[in-house]
Each structure stands twice: as C-alpha cells, then as structure tokens.
Design a protein around this ligand. Sequence first.
Ligand SMILES: Cc1ncc(COP(=O)(O)O)c(C=O)c1O
Length: 433
Amino acid sequence: MPTIARPKISLGPYPTKIHKEELIELLDLWEFAPGIKEQIKALVEQEAEALRGPHLFRYYNPRPSKVAAAEQAFARFLGVKHALGVNSCTSALIAALRALGIGMGDEVIVPAYTFFASAAVIGACNAIPVIADVDDTLTLDPADVERKITPRTRAIIVVHMRGKPAQMDELVALAARHKVTIIEDVAQAAGASYKGRRLGSIGTLGCFSFDYYKILNSGEGGFVVTDDEWLYTRAQSWHDCAACWRPDRFASEARKGELFCGENYRLSELQGAVALAQIRKAPKYLEGYRAAFRRITDRLRLPASVTPQRVADPAGDACTNLIFFMRDVDATKCALAGMLAAGVPAGAIYDHNVKDWHIYTYWEHILEKKFVARDGLPWTGVPAAELPRYSPTMCPQCTDYLSRAIMIDIHWQYSKDDCAAIAGTINKVLARL
Ligand SMILES: Cc1ncc(COP(=O)(O)O)c(C=O)c1O
C-alpha cells in the first residue's frame, strides 16, 4: 500500500482561542493608578503574535494547572491529605454528600442558623434536611442534635458560622456514638481552627466557599477536603460528570462504587489562579481580622445586661465579626439605632422585617416542603408520617438569640484608630441605655 504523506498542520502545541483580547478584558477588572493599565495594554499588544494564550481547563493542561496548585496549597494549609477544587461551596457540599452515598430516604442534620445553601444541598441530593437548634455559640447545640438523631440519620452538616468554630469535641463524640458522619461547612471560616486544628480537617469531609463574600475568594469557587482517599475519589468523580480522574480516566471500576453518574462542578483555571494567590495570603488576612478584633474587644466595656457570644475556642476564631446579645428585643433595637447613628458598622442578625436566608424561619422551600419534579422528592423518599415536623417556631433558641444579637463587622484592614473609635462609640451607646 502506498504511504500517505503526512499533512502539514501549522498549529502549535497550544491551539487556544484565548489571546491578548481576553487578557485585556481581564485587565479591566482591576483598578490601576492612572496610565498603568494603558502601559500594560500596550505591552500586551506588542506581544500579539508571539503570545500563547492560556489553557483554562485544568485537565489535559500542557502547563502546570493552577487549580491543582491551589488544591495542593490548600491541603497543606489545612493539614489534610486531599483537596478538590470545585465551583462553589454548594457544589462542595453536594459532592461530599454524594461521596458518602447519601440520597433518598436519608436524613442529614443542619443548623437552624446558616446560609440556606447548607440545607438546600440535602434536598438537592433527595435526602431529608433535619433542622437542629443553635445555642449561645450560634452554632449547633449538641443536645438538640442528639435529640434529632433517628435511625435514618446519615450525616451532620456542622457549620462554623461567622468564622467561629462549632463545638467540635461534643459533636464529634456524639457522631461517633451514633455512627453518623460529620461534614464541616467552613464556607464562612476558612483558616479558623478548633483546639489547634484547622476547621475542615476535623470532620470526615470539609467544604469551603471561595465566593466573593468569604475570607478567601476567587469570585466563585470552593473546595472539598478530606483525609479519606475513597471519599476523595468519589467526590472527584461526582464533580466531573463522573469522569473520575483515576490514573486511567477510562478504566473500568477497580472497586464497586467508583463509577456512577455525576454532575459538573469543575473549577476553571482563572478561578484556580486567583484561589492560589488568596490561599497564600490567608495568614495575612487572618492576622488582620484577629488584630482588629483584639483591639476592639480589649477596649470594650460591656454592661452586665449585655452578653458576648460564647465561642467554642476563642483562639481559633477567624474574628471576622463580633457578636453580643442584648437583654431583649427593645434594647437591641435601641442600641442598634444608637450605633448606626454614630457610624458603627453594626447590624441586627434577625430583623423581622427583612427576609434573610441565613435563618431557618425563612426557608419556605423546606418548611412548606417544596419540590422540583413530579416525583415529589425529597419529601416522598420516606413515609409522610415519618417526615420531620417543620415550623417557624421549631428552634426557639435560634430565634431568641438572633433577635437579641448585634453583629459588628470587622475589617482586616482596620487601623488602630478605627478600632479605638468603634470600641469607644459602642461603649458610649451601651452606657446610655
Ligand atoms: C455557611 C455557608 N454555607 C454554604 C454557602 C454556599 O457557598 P457558595 O456561594 O460558594 O455556594 C455559604 C455562602 O454564603 C455559606 O455562608
């Protein structure tokens, strides 16, 4: 047979469609001193012909992947074996639940005070959310968790709300007693710790958010972390349409449970690059938050009628905010009005006039058992009589503490003067009540 001449194909090793135009668009996202952006753009324009664009897909990447580098850096930072980059904490939580094999008919406990995503993911996996009360730490009350455990309970989503560690000793002990798994939702507390261990490394799986409002952010993004190789494999599989990036992507399963139908939660290289830089800066942010928090609390003189939030391990607090409880709702309103009028960055947590998806009373999706498809799931997964009874009054500690709570936002860049001004003003307002 005559040999066929190889065709000459001019594409280089990086057949990317992304070149200078995209880089210039990216530059517009940053603010520069006058003239600087124009200089960079001019340099990029000169590079036009030679410039080889990025490969923004983490896999099959001819260059070292930024997502993979961020995963390694985050795993090192937390002291865990595996970190998997995903596109949000919502995705991270679903991948964690799916890795554990949680689905129809299973119950998962979630706190009454958390962003709704922590509860929504349970229903999204066709499992039943069981809402447990919080106590004066504003994190799960271990006693109520124990009361809510049933033979169907598979996991507890422990949320480290507002940067403060939950009561891990008690929760880990009761989870072990009842043979249920702990998933830590560390969306709001990246870098915080409990008794010397970084949050996310204590439960079986930890889930993080890198959305815009979090301690570390890449616009959108998240991580699932675990020491468990098998759960990591299954979470990884779920996050990429179950493509399962084992050594051989297309191999048949070596162990039952390795292959299944998943979804796509992949993190792009753009977000991976930003996340990597953010992870490297985590110590700086934490130091900033904690220094500002200390400067304010050192000067605070709370009257006897005002109680600071109890923190399960104050040394591990990320210190992104300061919360205290007033005697009653009227005193809360009065103190808040005084602080806001004086320019203190204070806010109510439970303002009955404002819907807020951080409080279970507003989770009508769950309280009214809403569903997405004709199958009625997740509510048809167990006999109707055995479903939890949901009501807006079912977690009275949560509504009581939150109604009397005042939260002061802490900024990691507050100066000494800022802190002195905030503490001094709070002292004056509280003294006048
Ligand atoms: C406690 C908690 N869990 C989960 C999430 C969901 O995070 P994401 O926006 O990355 O999906 C949030 C986001 O606000 C959160 O605060």
